[in-house]
Design a protein around this ligand. Structure first.
Ligand code: GLP
Length: 268
């Protein structure tokens, strides 16, 4: 894992977006994995800026979302289909017909999960996956206790996740769906690169468990310790419980050249 600590949420987004754009540029058929939630919003803003500067062609990009609620129609404002259309597709200028989101209203949810895995494979796999992290350490909707070998499937949301997400449902936990479809942990691990962003104190514990804790199902994000190309971009608050911060600051405390060199090595 490469750990970067940026000054604030905007700077987190800029660093993450640069890494994402680097991973997509030059790919003949680039595939981007997108996440919902508030964490990557500044990354999407910065990606939109990169597109405006003409440094990334969004029309060529195929995108796959991580997860979706079961039982919310796509036009529901809090369905991840709606959120992804508004916050990602329209902002960055991705092609709607190339942006895939699981259908949480499918008659046969198991077949929907299998179809999604197949579509990802046919697209050539994910070049770079953007991730946030839940306050309980979840990635996508892979809650603590998820199988580390899991693929796209139906899951029950943890009560803490439903509480966290109630803010999007008039602060009413009863309106938050109980089930979801989510890419599995192994599906996420199959991405060639991963860029995980987190900001704010509420994420500090999960971030420390992800980076420094034992790798295991109690903190699903900790499995990323086994992925060869993960960039984690944090703000100071999200990094505040890291015990070995001095080891991670290497790239930033040296000259720009060294930082670039380490980035290049990471990109190879
Ligand atoms: C949500 C999503 C995750 C997201 C996480 C954190 O429930 N399923 O993909 O990373 O929880 O959300 P936020 O960034 O809003 O804190």
């Amino acid at each position: 894992m490469e750990i970067n600590v940026a000054a604030d949420e905007t700077a987190v987004g800029v660093l993450a977006a640069e890494a994402v754009a680097r991973a997509l540029r030059g790919r003949p058929a680039p595939v981007l994995g997108v996440a919902t939630g508030s964490s990557p919003l500044s990354t999407y803003d910065a990606l939109a800026e990169i597109v405006r500067r003409g440094e990334l062609d969004p029309s060529a990009v195929t995108a796959f979302a991580l997860d979706e609620y079961v039982g919310l129609p796509p036009e529901h404002p809090q369905s991840y289909r709606s959120v992804i259309t508004q916050e990602i597709v329209e902002k960055i200028g991705l092609a709607p017909e190339k942006t895939h989101v699981l259908n949480g209203m499918a008659d046969d949810l198991l077949s929907e999960c299998a179809r999604y895995e197949q579509a990802m494979a046919e697209a050539g796999g994910v070049d770079v996956q953007i991730l946030g992290i839940g306050s309980n350490g979840h990635i996508g909707f892979n809650e603590p206790g998820s199988s580390l070998a899991s693929r796209t499937r139906i899951k029950t949301l943890a009560p803490s996740t439903r509480r966290d997400n109630a803010r999007f449902f008039d602060d009413d936990i009863d309106q938050v769906p109980v089930h979801c479809l989510t890419q599995g942990i192994q599906t996420i691990m199959d991405a060639r690169r991963i860029v995980l962003v987190a900001h704010g104190e509420a994420k500090a514990e999960a971030v420390a468990a992800m980076i420094e804790g034992p790798s295991g199902a109690q903190c699903p994000a900790s499995v990323l310790q086994w992925h060869p190309r993960v960039l984690v971009v944090l703000d100071e608050a999200a990094a505040s419980l890291l015990k070995h911060r001095e080891y991670y600051d290497f790239a930033q405390s040296h000259s720009g050249d060294l930082l670039l060199e380490s980035r290049r090595a990471h990109d190879q």
